[in-house]
Design a protein around this ligand. Structure first.
Ligand code: HEM
Length: 122
């Protein structure tokens, strides 16, 4: 049986990978870069694997806590945030004018995800 702490580490490594990839892409976009760049594949892999690890670690922890369907509100909130993180990459280059705002939105979303996990307000 995989311990909860291992799932938590997997979860957090995934979070760091998502934020690294988004941060890099956002800076690239803000400073005038386009979708065609030499580090495109590694960034896409970092973002994609990060999303996968967050999902794996998140649901692994839920199983250890004993939370299944129907999810409490805080889990639904986190899944929505996860979906938003998945969709952000597409927005960065399609709407580069939003990149500066998305920098702060990404930080706020990650903070909200951490708050939901810690406080479980609903
Ligand atoms: C599918 C979506 C997600 C699920 C199911 C999920 C689930 C969980 C669970 C069960 C915990 C542990 C709660 C506890 O210890 O009682 C947790 C902790 C955490 N999650 Fe998520 N999460 C998801 C997405 C995210 C995202 C997108 C982020 C940030 C980008 C995030 C950041 C965190 C952080 C920072 C913690 C705190 C870790 C700690 O206690 O040390 N999660 N999550």
């Amino acid at each position: 049986m995989i311990p909860s702490l291992v799932y938590k580490n997997i979860h957090l490594i995934g979070v760091f990978m998502i934020l690294m990839a988004l941060g890099g892409l956002l800076l690239h976009s803000i400073t005038g870069g386009t979708q065609e760049h030499s580090w495109r594949r590694p960034v896409a892999i970092t973002h994609g694997v990060g999303l996968l690890l967050v999902l794996l670690g998140g649901f692994g922890m839920l199983a250890r806590i004993g939370i299944y369907w129907p999810w409490p509100g805080w889990v639904t909130g986190k899944v929505i945030i996860w979906l938003l993180f998945g969709g952000l990459v597409g927005v960065i280059f399609r709407r580069p004018v939003l990149a500066r705002s998305l920098w702060w939105v990404a930080i706020a979303l990650a903070g909200l995800a951490a708050y939901l996990a810690g406080h479980k307000p609903f």
